[in-house]
Design a protein around this ligand. Structure first.
Ligand SMILES: Cc1cc2nc3c(=O)[nH]c(=O)nc-3n(C[C@H](O)[C@H](O)[C@H](O)COP(=O)(O)OP(=O)(O)OC[C@H]3O[C@@H](n4cnc5c(N)ncnc54)[C@H](O)[C@@H]3O)c2cc1C
Length: 401
């Protein structure tokens, strides 16, 4: 790829965005537009339904115009371009007011790559529909007794001819209530060592025996769910990878999950929160306070460091290296930075930050603080990320088992 190709691509991307979305003229203006910062904030059912309809419409348009799956293989409907093209597009897009796309984060970050890499032809045929946003996928890993220890899962899969029969329960499943497909891990061989007896499947969420029950989060939102699986029959054709080799699928999915923060889409909302922090500092008249200035500069530097590290991750991807344990640093650094930004924002707003007085932009900080607690757990807790970095990247001694 040469620089001219990239420039030509970005010029086309700018044209597409200019004709289909309006610029965020109001970026940086206090009191204008929605003040919500937390992706899991409480919203009414009508607002949620409208959000998803808007997101669907945008994803279809983006895909049909060639900007929906920039790095994907052309035979599946992707553009076959490099990560720089994707990052460049996402950076341009950040200046436009487009629908919130968080309902697709897991679907595109984890489910679609697993279906593409490990699925039968029938499952791989779903991949373009996931990227176009026609379908949404969820990740069915965690169980009531196994979260950090994913390999300890007990949801059972028993083979019955050309089908499998699944019984068990998953929990904390984000967007399951909006999903048509799930990436499911099951225990297919209880006698094998725990990492060797797992089989992964693409699960049709409308199959008889799948029951989804939303859970209320600390923010009041209902982003995640319990999923009950009662005698669910899954064709063997929906198996992902080999029988009893589902740990491979799990590991590559978890690596993709932890690498999400390396994308250029500000998926964790760090840049958005930083911008709002600057606005809040000005709004409460703290711009001249040296302690606040110092703290803002420190947080800004953390966000910039993540951005440069993400560029290094792009280089690794371009060199053909799949995401590895080092990518855990993105999950840790993004959530760490976000929670520190939220904490300063909340302190600056005093009482109006803690109690919802209806004042624009202030209580949004409390919602972000609450959401931050969930983000430090979701996709691998801080402690687990630190273990991975310590043991698998830095080569420090393993903790005693
Ligand atoms: C907002 C949100 C969305 C989520 N979405 C999904 C989803 O879509 N799909 C899905 O499958 N799951 C999802 N999860 C679940 C998430 O992956 C788990 O909650 C997480 O892995 C932790 O598992 P656990 O809750 O069972 O806690 P546990 O594993 O029981 O951990 C409890 C505590 O022990 C600590 N701990 C555990 N093991 C170690 C260790 N070896 N060393 C040091 N400390 C340790 C943990 O850090 C934690 O503080 C979501 C969670 C949240 C909060």
């Amino acid at each position: 790829m040469d620089a001219a190709d990239l420039d030509a691509f970005l010029a086309k991307a700018a044209e597409f965005l200019e004709s289909n979305a309006s610029r965020r003229e109001v970026r940086g203006e206090w009191g204008v537009g929605s003040d919500v910062l937390a992706a899991y904030a409480k919203v009414s059912e009508e607002v949620e339904a409208q959000r998803i309809a808007d997101a669907r419409q945008w994803k279809a348009l983006e895909f049909d115009q060639g900007f929906g799956w920039i790095t994907g293989p052309p035979e599946l409907g992707g553009r076959g371009l490099a990560p720089e093209h994707e990052r460049g597009y996402l950076e341009l897009r950040a200046d436009y007011d487009i629908p919130t796309l968080s309902v697709y984060t897991i679907s595109l970050g984890m489910v679609a790559p697993a279906f593409e890499q490990y699925g039968s032809e029938e499952v791989r045929n779903l991949v373009p529909k996931l990227w176009r946003g026609d379908l949404i996928g969820c990740q069915l890993f965690s169980e009531p007794t196994n979260g950090s220890d994913v390999a300890g899962l007990i949801t059972r899969a028993r083979r019955d001819g050309d089908e499998w029969v699944i019984d068990g329960q998953k929990v904390w499943t984000s967007v399951a209530q909006h999903s048509q497909w799930g990436l499911l891990l099951t225990r297919s061989n209880p006698d094998a060592p725990k990492h060797s007896g797992i089989t992964a499947f693409a699960l049709d969420m409308s199959a008889p025996g799948v029951e989804v029950r939303p859970l209320v989060m600390i923010t009041g939102g209902t982003e995640f769910n319990e999923v009950f699986l009662n005698q669910v029959r899954v064709p063997d054709n929906y198996r992902l990878g080999e029988v009893d080799q589902g740990w491979k699928v799990a590991i590559s999915t978890l690596m993709n999950e932890r690498a999400l923060g390396a994308g250029g889409a500000d998926l964790f909302g760090v840049n958005q929160a930083l911008l709002r922090l600057r606005m809040t500092i000005q709004q409460v008249g703290a711009s001249g306070n040296p302690l606040v200035r110092n703290e803002y500069a420190r947080l800004y530097s953390m966000a910039e460091t993540i951005r440069y590290q993400a560029q290094a991750a792009d280089e690794r991807r371009r060199a053909g290296m799949p995401p590895g344990p080092a990518e855990s640093v993105f999950k840790l650094a993004n959530t760490n930075t976000l929670t520190q930004i939220a904490s300063l924002g909340l302190q600056l707003c005093g009482g109006a930050g803690v109690a919802d007085t209806g004042e624009w932009g202030k209580y949004a900080w409390a919602e972000l603080v609450l959401m931050g607690a969930g983000m430090r757990i979701a996709g691998g807790t801080d402690e687990v990320m630190r273990n991975i970095l310590a043991e698998r990247v830095l080569g420090l001694p393993k903790e005693p088992s």
